[in-house]
Ligand binder design. Structure first.
Ligand SMILES: [Zn+2]
Length: 508
């Protein structure tokens, strides 16, 4: 087992490279005219239609074959399986669209009302969903995944354009307009100058534009190919030829994502939650109470929601969007600072989906939900930002007992309930804030990673092991980061062994 510590690969080359080519998203809120809003809605509806059409074709084909098999029809005589590739589904669509996408009353095809990109986008999304489902089913992708579901009117409206006239309108000097195929020039709510400077300088190329309707506003997200200058490295902190490819800088930070605080750093710094979070949470609770007093939809009685209920739901969505935007902005600022200030960032790899499902009173409520969301987001941002900067990243195995280990003497406690906020070591008497202790343990992992030890996971947590029996073997992803995996056979039953000893055992 050699996968306890996950090290970002390809960091040594960053010191010499002038910059690296990356894909970045630039998102702008749109301010469309009523006509443009109608067209945007129509394109997104067309996208959903094509998605559902493609999914229906594949599902009907699969159902047909299953039915035939149940009648003992040999495999060679079954209805031929339908190709799921976006290419062949699109080809199929083009042959049938004149018969399918037709106004039932007038008999006039309606598909030419929207850009052909809207249909391609829906079909491509469907093909991607099917391929993800298939990869998960056959074990090529981690986790379990159900068969793709049909898009309904509650789904996010979205549509992607990859060809045609799309980009920024740089003429006129106001830099507040974007060009979209078929829809035309749409005003943006904010200046596009950051992207405009790059495109005019020739350092960025817009590959596609995705419009979507989120939180009551239309927005466009440009997928941009651009070069990021590698971070200027201090020569004295660069160790070339390091075995792990991890840059051995002199500053390491461990980040423990807390419930009470947003994050606690190994430096002792406590990052508070965003300033307005409490107020926003209060507003949300108030609106949810209001909604409960109004007549909502009921599937059993076919009760239609009242206008007042829908209005409250709209406000609930707005508050959710605002909370999300605030947090995302806050997290971006935090992770950018971490990557700028430290040579190596150590984060945990917790099973976010599993955390929310179980747990008692300590694991409930909005705080917990936000914590879980922040958790995955911090890891995601730190992962790609360290990649851009060419600095080190260590992702601790999800079985690493960061909270239960003493950061002073490495003895692991058998149990540490969530409500115990202060860590007290039974062996050496070390006392520290619970989250700070965890952050210190994470920071210490960086040394293990650079020192060449093979595993940081001691996997002594028998309870967690029993709860998660279906764990897939380690998979090295395309970006060179191995996914975390628990060591299977070596897991003990909660004996407090010193951490150092455990590493020795693993590296044998
Ligand atoms: Zn201790």
């Amino acid at each position: 087992m050699a996968t306890g510590v996950i090290v970002a690969a390809d960091t040594d080359s960053a010191a010499t490279e002038p910059g690296r080519s990356v894909i970045r998203a630039f998102v702008y809120v749109l301010d469309p005219t009523p006509d443009q809003a109608t067209m945007l809605r129509s394109h997104c509806g067309a996208q959903r239609y094509a998605y559902n059409w493609a999914l229906d074709q594949v599902q009907a084909n699969l159902d047909q074959r299953t039915a035939e098999r149940s009648y003992d029809i040999p495999d060679s005589e079954l209805t031929p399986s339908l190709s799921w590739s976006a290419y062949s589904l699109r080809k199929h669509w083009n042959t049938v669209k004149n018969a399918v996408a037709v106004n039932r009353e007038t008999g006039v095809p309606w598909w030419p009302e929207n850009s052909k990109e809207s249909y391609s986008s829906g079909i491509a999304n469907c093909a991607a969903a099917l391929s993800n489902w298939n990869a998960a089913r056959t074990g090529k992708r981690q986790g379990t995944m159900g068969f793709p579901r049909f898009g309904n009117k509650q789904a996010v409206l979205s549509c992607r354009f990859t060809t045609g006239a799309l980009g920024l309108v740089t003429g006129g000097g106001d830099r507040r307009h974007v060009q979209l195929p078929r829809i035309g020039v749409v005003k943006t709510a904010e200046s596009t100058r950051k992207l405009a400077r790059k495109t005019t300088a020739g350092t960025a190329r817009i590959r596609s534009a995705t419009v979507s309707f989120r939180g009551g506003r239309w927005q466009v997200s440009f997928s941009v190919e651009t070069t990021i200058p590698a971070r200027a490295l201090h020569p004295e902190t660069v160790v070339t030829g390091s075995a792990t490819g991890l840059r051995r800088g002199n500053s390491v930070v461990g980040v423990d994502v807390g419930v009470k605080h947003l994050a606690v750093l190994s430096t002792g710094e406590m990052i508070e939650n965003p300033k307005h979070a409490r107020r926003q949470a209060k507003a949300l609770r108030r609106l949810q109470r209001q909604a409960s007093r109004r007549t909502g939809p009921d599937r059993r009685t076919n009760q239609e929601p009242s206008k007042r209920w829908l209005r409250t739901q709209g406000r609930v969505r707005q508050v959710h969007t605002r909370i999300g935007n605030t947090r995302r902005d806050y997290l971006h600022k935090l992770t950018t600072r971490l990557v700028e200030e430290f040579d190596t960032v150590v984060v945990e790899n917790l099973n976010v989906a599993g955390m929310t499902r179980s747990g008692g009173v300590d694991k409930k409520g909005l705080n917990r939900a936000l914590h879980d969301a922040a958790f995955g987001e911090i890891r995601r941002q730190v992962t790609y930002k360290t990649g851009w900067a060419g600095t080190g990243l260590v992702v601790a195995d999800r079985w690493f007992p960061s909270s239960k280990t003493c950061s002073n003497c490495s003895v692991v406690k058998a149990k540490l309930p969530l409500k115990v906020r202060v860590f007290t070591c039974d062996a050496c008497g070390f006392r520290s804030d619970r989250d700070h202790n965890a952050a210190l343990n994470l920071a210490a992992l960086a040394a293990v990673a650079t020192g060449g030890a093979s595993s940081a996971s001691c996997g002594r947590d028998g309870k967690e092991a029993r709860r998660k029996p279906n764990v897939r073997p380690a998979v090295v992803r395309a970006d060179g980061i191995a996914a975390g995996t628990p060591p299977g056979g070596e897991r003990g039953r909660g004996n407090p062994v010193a951490h150092d000893e455990c590493i020795k055992q693993h590296s044998k």
